[in-house]
Design a protein around this ligand. Sequence first.
Ligand code: A2P
Length: 327
Amino acid sequence: MGVNVAIVGATGLVGRTFIKVLEERNFPIDKLYLFASKRSAGQKLLFKENEYTVEELTENSFDRDIKIALFSAGATVSKKYAPIAAEKGVTVIDNSSAWRMDDNVPLVVPEVNPQDIKWNKGIIANPNCSTIQMVVPLKPLHDRYKIKRIVVSTYQAVSGAGKKGVDDLERTLNGEKNQCFPYPIANNCIPHIDVFLPDGYTKEELKMINETKKIMGDNSIKVSPTTVRVPVKNSHSESVNIEFEKPYQMEDLKEVLRNAPGVVLMDDPENNIYPVATIATGHDEVFVGRIRRDETVYSGLNIWIVADNIRKGAASNAVQIAELLIK
Ligand code: A2P
């Protein structure tokens, strides 16, 4: 026996990946409902070789026996429709930023804080993509050595901005004018993701600061981020510098990472083994390499973290949450 599942934003990059990941992981689905904007109503999408018709999302969309709804249609849609769905008994797993910092909404990465799912009141938030891939390998290190401070620089793929981001890379590579990013993303690294805040940080950077603390359940962790859009189609990379409270032995630390759930260690620099975006794309794991001691502080570490932002950073993380829900 399966459950009835709805996908909101089914025609988008993440929405289509929800469908793919549900199929790959053989999620037990009874009925599947696909929703998007009016523009896409009537469009047909395939799930397990059967055609499903996309419906326009309305306030009545959840007047059926839907158990789980995976949302990825932006914060405005989530703000309005997630409470409507939850009110009707649906458990919403929301990929937008709308509910992440709400005290009544758990923010969950299954490898890190699965226990938080239990206190949901109808909405569970999926964290920001850059934060998800950072906390997966950092949580077991925090448990062992206690993280004091993180300095992170991201190298984020254009797919993180949805289809319009991918189109802008294509367009500007062809010498046409940019329409999505503030500068042509071809041949540029743009240190600007989401909007600027009065203190000069971007909202994307603020998400990394706040969400890391909430997911790890530790407000004392300091995070100093710079988030950058790069001309890569898919998968985010991150250079992460960590300062621990306790000392570590390098071999022990690598062993912790080797055994960490959801982590793949790729660290053999002599043989050019380290993760890159094209290796991570298509996978649900978080890839880690370039592991070096930072000798400038008492107990410091530098690592390079790469993951598929559409899969582990969005769709796969949400489906993993759904799997825990039905367990
Ligand atoms: P549509 O394709 O009909 O515009 P992406 O992040 O790849 O751009 O995808 C965004 C997803 O959110 C798409 O499926 C898009 O549907 C959907 N969406 C955008 N606005 C709305 C809306 N007002 N109601 C429902 N779905 C929406």
